[in-house]
Design a protein around this ligand. Structure first.
Ligand code: PFF
Length: 410
């Protein structure tokens, strides 16, 4: 992680860079399908509680470690970042594909059946799937070689607010479709009887995934913070922004899912089958801008994943930056290619990272701050003895209990 220590040049830029890593396909693609697979409003409530009670304190821990530079990111983080990067690039590839399709005529007049067939066609076509994945991974590699801060920092400052506004507009549009009411109810009327233990674990895993926790991304970014900048400020705003973004994405997708009669538990294909239906009556400009900003949001997350692995290889294995990027690109292309071809492998990578590896990483960061760092030093960052106790005792126990739930099948 030890790159030359730049800074973000201002509080807004710092929060936007962290939000840039956090806001991505996790909000737009993963959150809606997790909601659909795990029962709607009750899952959202548990998700928000997980974000506030567990993920926010873990964010503080990662940021404290990064800012105080007491610890290097561990091997576990490198492995998790690499696996996430590989399957994330497959979904990034789908956004490249959809952007290209919207450039060549868009989704005008597309019916639900056609949208479904289009996605099925993409996933069945090895060449299309893999080449779009390679384009996405290649763009990620180019940005990381060129230097993260200038390019993507500026990019995300503009694109994330634009994406947010577009998501809001889509949410209004989707909610006004005929038959959307059921989808809105699905998002706001919790049915706790449908909430399983697995869903609670999925909510925590999703909140780690969405906030980029447990893999060293936030740690790396926090190491670029200026002395006077506060980790609680950065954490509070990033968590707030990311959570609101996810919920707005849910409102953009789910009403349209119900309006179009798509199955909410359709899994990873959900958003890609739904968006063309929402866009079908909107002309060609809106989808182009939309998929372009999705691509930028996805890139601002994927570069933070690649950066974790590359900076490790540069610092610890003394590779040149170019060589390190090339090596990781090739390896990620192999695993990503396999994920693109075998949906089961894709699912396993997705599950293992957010339900096992990220949880272990988060636990390690939490224990490092709660039990290894001097109490006074931690308090100089978070200023709350109560929060310190929560980090020391409650959070590790909660992570262990929740992480074990899926393995006992409750
Ligand atoms: N938080 C990103 C998203 O929601 O798309 C995904 C991600 C980025 C996960 C960086 C982990 C990470 F280290």
């Amino acid at each position: 992680m030890r790159l030359e220590r730049g800074t973000f040049g201002g509080r807004f830029a710092m929060v936007m860079a962290m939000a840039g890593s956090a806001v991505g396909l996790g909000n737009i693609w993963r959150f809606p399908y997790m909601v659909g697979e795990n029962g709607g409003a009750a899952f959202i409530l548990v998700y928000v509680v997980c974000c506030l009670l567990v993920s926010l304190p873990i964010f503080f821990c990662e940021a404290i470690i990064g800012k105080s530079q007491r610890a290097n990111t561990c091997y576990l983080s490198i492995v998790s970042s690499f696996i996430i990067l590989s399957f994330y690039s497959v979904v990034g590839g789908w956004s490249v594909d959809y952007l290209l399709r919207s450039l060549s005529g868009g989704f005008q007049g597309q019916s639900m059946e056609q949208a479904r067939e289009m996605f099925a066609g993409i996933s069945a076509s090895m060449v299309e799937n893999i080449s779009c994945m390679l384009v996405f991974l290649g763009l990620t590699a180019l940005i990381v070689v060129a230097g993260v801060e200038k390019g993507i920092g500026l990019f995300s400052k503009v694109s994330i607010p634009v994406l947010f506004i577009m998501m809001l507009l889509l949410a209004f549009n989707s909610s006004s479709l005929e038959g959307a009411k059921k989808g809105i109810e699905y998002l706001i009327k919790p049915d706790f009887s449908s909430l399983s233990g697995k869903a609670v674990a999925a909510a925590l895993g999703q909140s780690f995934f969405s906030l980029s926790l447990g893999v060293g991304s936030i740690l790396t970014y926090a190491s670029y913070m200026k002395e006077e900048e506060s980790v609680t400020f950065a954490g509070g705003w990033t968590v707030f922004f990311d959570t609101v973004f996810a919920i707005v994405s849910g409102f953009a997708i789910m009403p349209a899912v119900f309006a179009a009669g798509i199955e909410p538990g359709a899994g990873p294909s959900l958003v890609f089958e739904t968006l063309p239906v929402i866009f079908s009556g909107m002309g060609w400009i809106v989808p182009i801008v939309f998929f372009l900003v999705i691509l930028i949001a996805a890139l601002s997350s994927s570069i933070s994943l690649l950066e974790v692995v590359v900076s490790f290889l540069v610092d610890e294995k003394h590779l040149s930056r170019g060589r390190a990027v090339m090596d990781v690109f090739l390896l990620a292309a192999i695993l990503g290619g396999a994920c693109a071809v075998f949906p089961r492998l894709f699912g396993i990578c997705d599950f293992v990272t957010s339900n096992v590896l990220m949880m272990l990483g988060a636990l390690a960061f939490c224990l490092a701050v709660g039990w290894k760092m001097p109490r006074e030093e931690v308090l100089s960052y978070i200023r709350s003895p109560f929060l310190y106790k929560i980090i020391r005792y409650a959070i590790p126990v909660m992570i262990i209990i929740i992480a074990l739930i899926p393995f006992f099948d409750c």
